[in-house]
Design a protein around this ligand. Structure first.
Ligand code: DGY
Length: 321
């Protein structure tokens, strides 16, 4: 029986590509060139499926331009805001993602961002590397501790809960807001707030873990930042477009917020230049899932979804949209 034909838009970890090459008639992006709309449409010709990543904007126009042969788009990511799922569904194309497998890696980065932001990592590292570290000083480079602080989690889903679990080990008190309250087993003592203002009002550190949706885009803005305590810290491992950059940069520059730890940005990789000169912004280049274990697991999960689909089964991670 002939193998399904697959176009893989980005270079994937070697073990993932080896498995894909074994089970699919696959075309890979060996040079890892950033795909354009045109190259995705060209690569999709005479293929049955696409394996894409968060850097591929699969909008309605692109979906319309795909050949009839494409029946599934499997994304190597938990987030699927880069795919117009409704447009795909309208064309009868299935969409799958990779939940669960990047939960721990992303929660670890959230803790790194909290620590880096709270302990002045950006300014301190710059002082050390520039040769300007003169001596240990009782009042020098002081940050704030996580211990005993209130951590507000916006979106207590899988990654939010994994972050809360780690934060409890630091002695933090966990608060959260979701559209609806979780059961006690998943709350594990976290304090529920039924609105944003209530959560933000008690968040010494606010960690963003909600998906990017029309409702959450721009949710961190001048009005909502005003609810945070003076000197609060914001951490974002979810999506850049949940934050209004101008509002956050203004609050950081004014010292209204003590610091921010950001792994995701609007318009990556061309991030708002205002962040670059802020010594209280601890910035990482979208590293949430960037470990070999996790990237392998994401690739295998994306392939599991394709395998199930081409066996005629319902893939485990079918996105409903
Ligand atoms: C995802 O999977 O959505 C991340 O942002 C990339 O690891």
């Amino acid at each position: 029986m002939s193998r399904p034909r697959l176009f893989v838009t980005r270079k994937l970890p070697p073990d993932v590509e080896t498995r894909a090459a074994r089970d699919y008639d696959a075309v890979f992006n060996t040079g890892d060139n950033l795909p354009t709309r045109e190259s995705i449409v060209a690569g999709a010709q005479e293929k049955d499926g696409l394996l894409v990543t968060v850097t591929d904007r699969i909008d309605a126009d692109l979906i319309r331009a795909l050949p009839e042969s494409i029946r599934i788009i499997s994304t190597f990511s938990v987030g699927y805001d880069h795919i117009d799922v409704a447009a795909a569904r309208a064309r009868g194309i299935a969409v799958t993602n990779t939940p669960d497998v990047l939960t721990d890696a992303t929660a670890e980065i959230a803790l790194l961002l909290m620590l880096g932001a709270a302990r002045n990592a950006t300014a301190s590292i710059a002082t050390l590397r520039s040769g300007n570290w003169r001596n240990w000083a009782p009042t020098g480079m002081l940050g704030t501790e996580l211990t005993g602080k209130r951590l507000g989690i916006l979106g207590l889903g899988r990654i939010g809960r994994a972050t809360a679990q780690r934060a409890r080990a630091f002695g933090m008190e966990i608060h959260y807001h979701n559209r609806s309250r979780l059961d006690a087993e998943r709350e594990r003592g976290a304090i529920y707030h039924d609105d944003i203002a209530g959560l933000f009002g008690v968040s010494d550190i606010l960690s963003i873990h909600c998906a990017s949706t029309p409702e959450t885009r721009g949710l961190i803005n001048r009005d909502t930042i005003a609810h945070l305590p003076e000197g609060a810290i914001i951490v974002n491992t979810a999506r850049g477009d949940i934050v209004d950059d101008e509002a956050l940069i203004e609050a950081l520059a004014a010292g209204r917020l003590a610091a921010a730890g950001l792994d995701v940005f609007n318009n990556e990789p061309n991030i708002h230049p205002g962040y670059l000169n802020l010594s209280n912004a601890f910035l990482l280049p979208h590293l949430g899932s960037a470990t070999l274990e996790t990237r392998n697991a994401m690739g295998f999960r994306a392939l599991d979804n394709l395998d199930a689909f081409f066996r005629g089964q319902s893939p485990r991670d079918l996105v409903e949209g």
